[in-house]
Design a binder for this molecule. Sequence first.
Ligand SMILES: C[S@@+](CC[C@H](N)C(=O)[O-])C[C@H]1O[C@@H](n2cnc3c(N)ncnc32)[C@H](O)[C@@H]1O
Length: 218
Amino acid sequence: MRFDEYPYGSVAFVYDWIAAVYSRGRIGLSKRVQLDEIEADDRVLYAGVGRGEDAVLAARFGARVTAIDLAPAMIRRLSRRLEREGLDVELLCGDVSSHKPERPYDVVVANYFLNLFDVERAREMLRHLRGLVKPGGTLMLADFALPRGGLMARALTELYYRPVNWVAWAFGLCALHPILDHARLIEPLGFRIRSQRRLPVLLGDHPAYVSIVADRVI
Ligand SMILES: C[S@@+](CC[C@H](N)C(=O)[O-])C[C@H]1O[C@@H](n2cnc3c(N)ncnc32)[C@H](O)[C@@H]1O
C-alpha cells in the first residue's frame, strides 16, 4: 500500500502541532536526541522527512543532509524553511523505495515513517532502507514504543495508540496495525541495536515513544 502525497499534503500545515500536543512534546524530543549520534560532515538521509524539524537540526549541526518525501506540500514547506535559514539540504520529492543514490549514507533516519505500513510492508521498506546505509553505518528511528510488562501496560498503550491509528487510517494516512516491534524487524536485517531510549508520555512508563539507534553490522 502506498500512502500518497495528497493525504499528507493536506495535513502538512498542522502536522507538527498535532504531534506536539498529542505526545506532550515527546515526538519532538525523540528526534532531537538523535543529534547526539550524528557527526558533523556525516551524510544523512531522512526518509519520509515530513516537515523536517530533525533534518533542519542536523543540517544546522553541519551534517550533509538529503531529505525525501512523497508529499510536495511537505517538501515545499521544508524548502521555504531551509531557504530562510540559509541551509543547504538536498531535497527530493518522491518515493524513498525508488531512491537509489550513487553511494550509501553514513546515517539513515526513518522517524514516524515505518508506522505508516503494516508489518510486511514495513519489513520490505526496512530492507530497502538497509541498502541505503553503508556497512558500519547507522539506522535511527523514533516511533511508538511497544508496552513492557503486563496487562495494565498493554491496556494503556492500546488506549493511547489505537484511536489515533483508526483516525489516521480513516484519512488514508496509514495502515491499520498494532505497534510495530522494531527490534524484531531490524535485527534480522543485519543491524545491531546500540541504544533504545524510551520516552514516556505521562508519569508512568506507558504509553511511550522510543528512539532507536542501530548499527549495520552485516
Ligand atoms: C507520519 S509522517 C512522518 C514525518 C516525519 N518523519 C516526522 O517525524 O514528523 C510520514 C511521512 O512520510 C511520507 N511518505 C509516505 N510514504 C512515503 C514514501 N514511500 N516515500 C517517501 N515519503 C513517504 C509522508 O508524505 C509523510 O510526510
